[in-house]
Design a protein around this ligand. Structure first.
Ligand SMILES: *[C@@H]1O[C@H](CO)[C@@H](O)[C@H](O)[C@H]1NC(C)=O
Ligand SMILES: *[C@@H]1O[C@H](CO)[C@@H](O)[C@H](O)[C@H]1NC(C)=O
Length: 392
């Protein structure tokens, strides 16, 4: 528990090092207030880091769609660290299940969990095509035309909805598996006006333009088929949150370009070698110089394991150690820090501390979680893992 609070304190300390408009909660945390109060203030602040007001309440055990799990494992390593920042379009992927659960190939998705500030980049309709019923295997059709239409209100005079074609494709009649259709235009229009969202309709025709036998070409529905085959909408968005390091880039590190991941100091030969060379006069003494140390953040300990699917926790690392004069060549130091360390060492000015040991390079993590509407979301969070330390 104390380790947990320490971890939180370090996390919060790091995030408050930057200019922030959230002044109130930060001022509450460092005090010796009652532990319960400190904990709830800390959790609230941590939720803000993850862009949420309240933790989603999840009822019962749910299975995330395989597509989202696969996507997560493509973009993140086992510790949740983003493998390649530019792999994803935007920084958020949301999956939605169909609310209509109709027997006909009609769907409706509720977009209320998407924030107004999120930019829609790509939206897709994922449908699972079932095999034709066996008695109909011998059929002269090899392909069918599958078209996805957006339903539009026909207006006062016309009560039947107008169809607007979004996407159309030839699909082999005997195939089975996921078919993906682009529906970006429809989702963008639903975001502008929620009232526009009256659904999607899928029309299946022969190449000659005649309605296809419904037993021959079938798509799984949310009502009659296994949950792993449910119709699903996947939306790639960007919430506009950029790495802070990009805003105030000093040109020394290029965030977003690096793909190398942080290494534990104990397993990093480079770091331990530099530590040894610094302490060469005192054999066997552990270096107290500024360096990277592990810091495990456990979502189960925080009480978030109910809604976070992956990872179960991650190593945020932290920077600890002294920055005394002379700042060795192995320590990444700013000119300002060098001058400060000299002033400190020579005691030229009263009350000047040693420079601080802080992260130099930060990496993002990816989280797979259930939102309050029980949709599965994959989101990337910038500046979550310390990659290297320096004296600043
Ligand atoms: C932040 O906190 C300080 C110290 O309590 C206070 O002087 C300042 O006005 C606060 N700033 C904002 C924006 O609330
Ligand atoms: C969408 O979901 C929200 C929250 O779950 C609900 O309040 C709203 O009525 C839903 N909208 C539609 C059109 O069903």
């Amino acid at each position: 528990m104390s380790l947990f609070l320490l971890s939180l304190a370090v996390l919060l300390c790091c995030s408050s090092a930057r200019p922030s408009s959230h002044n109130r909660t930060e001022n509450q945390i460092p005090g010796e207030g009652r532990p319960g109060q400190v904990r709830s203030a800390a959790i609230k602040r941590l939720l803000e880091v993850f862009g949420m007001e309240d933790p989603p309440s999840i009822h019962g055990h749910m299975q995330p769609p395989q597509y989202m799990l696969d996507l997560y494992h493509t973009v993140a390593d086992v510790n949740g660290v983003t493998k390649e920042p530019d792999l994803l379009e935007g920084n958020t992927v949301r999956s939605f299940f169909d609310k209509l659960r109709s027997d006909r190939v009609e769907f409706r998705f509720n977009l209320s969990t998407v924030s107004r500030s999120e930019k829609i980049l790509i939206a897709e309709l994922h449908l699972f095509k079932l095999r034709p019923q066996s008695s109909l295997i011998l059929n002269r059709h090899h392909f069918c035309q599958v078209s996805v239409y957006q339903l539009l209100d026909g207006g006062k005079t016309n009560s039947t909805p107008v169809h607007k074609l979004l996407s159309s494709r030839l699909v082999p009649v005997h195939s089975s598996g996921w078919e993906v259709f682009k529906i970006t235009k429809a989702v963008s229009s639903w975001m502008v006006d929620e009232g526009n969202n009256i659904g999607l309709q899928v029309v299946i025709q022969t190449l000659g333009g005649i309605a296809m036998d419904k037993k021959l070409v079938r798509f799984a529905s949310g009502r009659n088929h296994h949950h792993t085959k449910q119709p699903m909408m996947v939306v790639f968005t960007d919430d506009g949150r950029r790495p802070a390091s990009q805003k105030s880039s000093e040109g020394s590190v290029k965030p977003g370009k690096k793909t190398s991941l942080p290494q534990l100091p104990s397993s990093s030969t480079q770091l331990s070698r530099s530590a040894r060379s610094l302490d060469s006069s005192e054999e066997g003494v552990v270096s107290t110089h500024c360096q990277l140390h592990p810091l495990h953040v456990d979502f189960e300990e925080i009480g978030w394991s109910g809604w976070i699917v992956s990872p179960k926790g991650y190593n945020a690392y932290h920077c600890k150690g002294q920055c005394p004069f002379p700042l060795g060549q192995n320590t990444i130091a700013t000119n300002h820090a060098t001058v400060q360390s000299i002033i400190n060492a020579l005691k030229l000015v009263e009350g000047i501390e040693m420079p601080c040991c802080v992260p130099d390079e930060l990496f993002s993590i990816s989280l797979l979680f259930f939102d309050e509407d029980e949709n599965v979301v994959l989101k990337q969070y910038n500046d979550m893992v310390a990659g290297s330390c320096g004296c600043h």
